[in-house]
Design a protein around this ligand. Structure first.
Ligand SMILES: Cc1cc2nc3c(=O)[nH]c(=O)nc-3n(C[C@H](O)[C@H](O)[C@H](O)COP(=O)(O)OP(=O)(O)OC[C@H]3O[C@@H](n4cnc5c(N)ncnc54)[C@H](O)[C@@H]3O)c2cc1C
Length: 495
């Protein structure tokens, strides 16, 4: 099929998906109030990739001879990663980094799944073939994916095998044609707007042989008859654009997937009752280095947008002249430059994996970016709160602004902006930091790539500490005559 257009994409959402919201089933996300606007935003992504002027920037010729979005590429060089990063950056610029789950994010994930046959196929080569075929299908049919990697939040303390069976999604049965899955998975962001869904992953570290039914990895259609999606509240109130410039475009929706004896044919299964493949999945497929590339590029755009917003907000009433305000603006700028540097280092420090010949982003740069942003983002939001003050609760709606009898311009104008421009800026900033939609953005940045506390703990546990501890040992070594400092082995003079 090759590159889909926005219309192709929207037509594909009209199927038998079971999306549940406020006690009823949503029949069609493309017409549902509160969701339909975001369906159009995703459609714009597909139109964007069809702009012939942007063909070299956004697409590549696949080994099949057709064109696909470059996020599907199997990177064989740093240059491939540079091209992928440029395409990520282009859509992130269009969306100001506010669409964490743009389709290109999961495209890169499906490439990583397909390229990790050495993990999935160690016990059963058919699983490696399935993984690669799933990737080819996603690339050839330009599939929009959601994913659910986490078990539901029922009990995080008791081992999975001691919990009620199949609350967590697992393999309840299997036959010559495929597996049957029951239980829940979270959090399917973008699910109502996706064609298919990927499930595998947490919790890693399963050792009890009874847990093998929970060691599974598969892809399925969002409208699998055995699959229900339960949505959180909708944050797009469908107010005028002036009043809600963000939630009316970027309501990605999050949902829980509930599988009820859902049938998955073997060709869509890449892990089946294989504890080793399951436990190796995230490090083995270099999950962080693959998806983290999209994250760090998205974070550059998002931080640039937040910097621009904070700067304009401060300028509007000239508080930008105060040194404490400049300190806060400079803080956001520092994080922007940090993310820019990490995005660059991620690609320029990339390495080839000898297992499959694929280039993956630099692990240290990606780790730093992924661990840092969940702490940086709330800090930037804190700056927005501080800069806006009571201005955030003094923002009339567009319809009120237009009333001549209220002399709005006199009381609402800024030092350098008329009332309408100033209020629109404050409304934008308040939606970013203080609205339900903005709160969800902050939660997203804190959690979407895992719990940062445990991710940092894992980083610490697995980090090779030798070089660091050797340095401490050398400084503790007493001086010997002119050798005031002990030599690292590599610099030791030959005698
Ligand atoms: C807005 C949003 C969108 C998301 N989108 C997706 C998506 O599209 N696909 C997807 O698969 N996932 C998605 N996620 C889920 C995300 O991957 C998880 O939220 C994340 O991995 C953390 O897991 P959890 O939410 O189950 O929290 P938990 O892991 O249950 O953590 C909750 C709290 O308990 C603590 N805690 C829990 N267990 C332990 C432990 N063993 N040791 C120490 N402390 C512990 C944590 O530190 C944390 O403070 C999304 C999350 C959010 C918030």
């Amino acid at each position: 099929m090759g590159l889909r257009t926005g219309d192709d994409y929207l037509a594909g959402l009209k199927d038998d998906r079971q999306i549940w919201y406020e006690g009823r089933r949503i029949e069609d996300p493309t017409t549902e109030p509160g969701l339909r606007n975001t369906a159009l935003t995703v459609a714009q992504y597909y139109d964007f990739q069809n702009n012939p002027d942007l063909a070299d920037l956004l697409t590549y010729e696949t080994p099949d001879g057709d064109r696909a979005h470059i996020s599907f590429i199997e990177p064989r060089s740093k240059d491939d990663l540079r091209r992928r990063g440029a395409a990520f950056a282009a859509w992130s610029e269009v969306t100001a980094g506010l669409m964490g789950r743009a389709p290109d994010y999961m495209n890169a994930c499906m490439m990583a799944v397909g390229a990790a046959g050495h993990i999935w196929g160690a016990r059963d080569p058919a699983r490696a073939k399935a993984a690669y075929d799933i990737y080819l299908h996603c690339r050839r049919d330009d599939v929009c994916m959601t994913h659910t990697f986490v078990n539901p939040m029922t009990n995080r303390f008791v081992p999975i095998s001691d919990q009620e069976p199949f609350v967590n999604a697992g393999i309840v049965d299997q036959n010559a044609d495929g597996i049957f899955v029951s239980g829940a998975r979270m959090v399917g962001t973008l699910a109502p707007f996706s064609d298919e869904s990927l499930s595998f992953g947490a919790p890693l570290g399963l050792v009890d042989p009874r847990d093998d039914v929970y060691a599974l990895g598969f892809q399925t259609k969002v409208d699998n008859p055995g699959l229900k999606w339960i949505c959180r509240d909708i944050f797009d109130p469908e107010k005028p654009h002036f009043d809600r410039p963000l939630s009316t475009r970027f309501e990605e929706m999050d949902s829980i997937a509930v599988f009820e004896n859902a049938f998955i044919p073997w060709e869509d299964v890449f892990i089946a009752k294989d504890l080793e493949a399951h436990n190796m999945s995230i490090p083995g497929m270099k999950f962080m280095q693959s998806l983290g590339h999209h994250v760090v590029v998205k974070n550059v755009a998002k931080t640039r947008f937040l910097f621009g917003l904070a700067h304009l907000l401060a300028e509007s009433s000239l508080v930008s002249n105060f040194i404490n305000v400049q300190d806060r603006l400079g803080d956001i700028l520092m994080w922007l430059q940090t993310m820019e540097s990490l995005a660059l280092a991620a690609v320029e420090g990339a390495e080839m994996n000898p297992e499959n010949g694929i280039y993956y982003c630099n692990e240290a740069a990606i780790n730093a970016a992924l661990r840092l942003y969940p702490e940086v983002y709330p800090r930037i939001i804190d700056h927005l709160y501080q800069l806006g003050g009571g201005g955030y609760v003094s923002i009339p709606q567009e319809a009120t602004l237009d009333l001549a009898e209220l002399a709005i311009d006199k009381y609402y104008r800024g030092a350098s902006a008329d009332a309408k421009d100033k209020v629109s800026l404050f409304r934008l900033a308040w939606e970013m930091c203080g609205s339900g939609w903005g709160g969800r953005q902050e939660l997203y940045e804190r959690f979407f790539f895992g719990d940062t506390q445990r991710m940092k703990s894992l980083n610490y546990q697995f980090y090779d500490k030798q070089e660091a501890t050797d340095m401490v040992a050398r400084i503790l070594t007493p001086p010997r005559d002119r050798e005031r400092l002990a030599w690292p082995d590599k610099y030791r003079p030959r005698v």
